[in-house]
Write a protein that binds this ligand. Structure first.
Ligand code: SIN
Length: 554
């Protein structure tokens, strides 16, 4: 049984706002700051499930991609993004990303983000997988996300400190469900706040505009680079509200995550692709390079190509990891370019200056999400989605490295601009008739194990059918007790079920969706799968790509 809404106590308090932004990563904070700047008379409320910097943004290492170098251009960035996306990018969305991207990064710098520079001043730019130019701007060597988060949160703190300034922030506030008007428009949120005073426990915020920027779904898998908070809350909330979720089958597995043993669970340390950008390479157990000859870009091939190659090497050799050899980079490069990774590796007893690093692919990024148009609008009036939560179409079947922070910046600015010019009409919530339900928090581990075994890097029709059946059984288990972990488990369950439904439907291999029973890409699948939630079940619908149709590729 799938929850129509999350089982929770009735709202004990009510508050009003004009815009609610859910999430405090690059996407959420950029929406909030821009919305406040463009609409000084509106009340903006930013809520976040945990602490402000607990999301994915702070963990981003490699950087932010943008055509900022003298030998680069938005056209070249566009071409690389389309190639990585394996035929499924929305070209108009990518064009918006790559043309507006450079100025969005400059505005971030003007806001206070300090990026690494070459001697003499210009930004230091590096390469990552799938990029034919050096266009990855980075900060603190390998601490780009942390620096962006610091700068944005400092600006947020200043803006929200202005009494009556129209921007409020609530931490430890888990969004539960969207409130809807009689005619199905967004009307606010129910949420649970661990706080003090009037807004404690479950309450409701009435607002005609809600922006979901809750990050990804990485905790659907046992091993992921995502933080604990990435439990698919935005995707699940949107599905329960009736919005469409697209391209969810395309989960990107990062090729080089530190291998911590077969039983490693939860957030795993990332070894940035920028390490390969600076010259490190992958080797098998015998020390042989295996990317050379597999792809013209060798170790810097797009991420799906590298992850598949690693899996093939592991399957053939019967091993559970390969190695990343960066010894030749030398101590100075490790210290200067990758201080965070170096510290992490040494904390795990590995010295990359003298040893190859054991690595394995792990769940990293949801290329799909809540389906939006180019202004971040979902199929529900007043509901927007941004960042990893959204599917704007820029990533297609496989996100190009370091395009995610850029997408967060560019589309957040677009959402704020849309709100400023087309603010939704006033909206009052109607009575909620959806069936409430809740899983027990223990389901979380069960779901992650199941998804890792049956819907991970390599998938098959049989495995996906078994996953769907098991998820159904988990959904039918006795209900849990309301609380953050049970709400998260219920969200993960719905995100997992939607992912499995899409992965089972797509009978081909493309980008980061690898079906061993359909090993080739098929022109018949040059289109998008959208999942929606009906009364008690998920429906998957297929929309052929119109551009491909026009070009006669289908
Ligand atoms: C990395 O540093 O390899 C991750 C960057 C990204 O996921 O875009």
């Amino acid at each position: 049984m799938i929850a129509g809404r999350l089982l929770a106590p009735d709202a004990g308090w009510i508050r009003r706002a004009d815009v609610i932004v859910v999430g405090s990563g690059v996407a959420g904070v950029t929406v909030a700051l821009n919305a406040r700047r463009l609409m000084p008379d509106r009340r903006i409320l930013l809520v976040t499930k945990s602490m402000l910097d607990d999301g994915s943004t702070r963990w981003a290492q490699g950087g932010v991609a943008a055509a900022l170098g003298p030998e680069d251009s938005p056209e070249q960035h566009l071409a690389d993004t389309l190639t990585a996306g394996a035929g499924l990018c929305d070209a108009a969305a990518v064009r918006a990303l790559v043309t507006e991207g450079p100025d969005a990064v400059r505005r971030l710098i003007a806001l206070g983000a300090r990026f690494d520079a070459e001697p003499g001043g210009p930004l230091a730019l590096t390469r990552e997988g799938g990029h034919l130019r050096s266009r990855i701007a980075h900060a603190g060597g390998d601490a780009t996300g942390a620096e962006i988060s610091r700068a944005l949160l400092f600006a947020l703190e200043q803006a929200s400190a202005v009494p009556g300034g129209g921007l409020d922030v609530i931490e430890h506030a888990m969004s539960l469900d969207l409130l809807l008007t009689q005619d199905g428009r967004a009307a606010g949120l129910t949420l649970h706040v661990i706080g003090e005073g009037q807004q404690d426990g479950v309450g409701a915020v009435y607002a005609p505009a809600v922006v979901l920027a809750t990050g990804g779904i990485g905790q659907v898998y046992s091993a992921t680079t995502n933080p604990q908070v990435s439990t698919g809350d935005g995707v699940a909330l949107a599905l329960r509200a009736g919005a469409g979720v697209a391209d969810l089958e395309f989960v990107q597995f990062h090729p080089t995550v530190l291998w911590l043993g077969p039983d490693a669970r939860g957030r795993q340390p990332l070894i940035s692709e920028a390490v390969r950008g600076e010259g490190a390479f992958l080797v098998d157990e015998a020390g042989n390079r295996f990317m050379t000859g597999r792809h013209p870009l060798a170790d810097l091939a797009p991420r799906d190509v590298v992850a598949k190659a690693i899996m093939n090497v592991m399957i053939k050799a019967g091993t559970d990891h390969v190695y990343l050899d960066g010894r030749h980079l030398g101590a100075a490069t490790w210290q200067h370019r990758f201080p965070t990774i170096l510290t992490t590796l040494r904390a795990h007893g590995i010295d990359p200056v003298s040893q190859p690093i054991p690595v394995v692919p792990a769940a990293h990024y949801a290329s799909g999400g809540v389906k939006t148009d180019l202004r971040g609008r979902t199929s529900i009036t007043g509901l927007y989605a941004c960042g990893e939560t959204a599917c704007t179409g820029v990533h297609g079947a496989n996100r190009l490295a370091s395009n995610s922070l850029l997408e967060g910046l560019v589309f957040a600015e677009r959402i704020a601009a849309d709100l400023a010019s087309n603010f939704p009409a006033p909206a009052e919530p109607a009575a909620d008739r959806r069936k409430p339900r809740l899983l027990d928090q223990a389901a979380m581990t069960e779901i992650a194990q199941l998804m890792t075994e049956r819907a991970g890097v390599v998938r098959s029709g049989t495995g996906l059918t078994m996953a769907a059946e098991e998820l159904k059984k988990i959904g039918d288990q006795p209900a849990g007790t309301p609380g953050v972990l049970a709400w998260e488990a219920t969200n993960l369950h719905l995100a997992a079920a939607a992912l499995v439904a899409a992965a089972a439907a797509r009978r081909e291999t493309r980008g980061s969706h690898w079906r061993e029973d359909y090993p080739d890409s098929s022109a018949a699948w040059l289109g998008h799968l959208t999942v929606t939630l009906g009364l008690d079940d998920l429906t998957v619908s297929y929309e052929p790509d119109q551009v491909a149709e026009q070009k006669g590729q289908r």
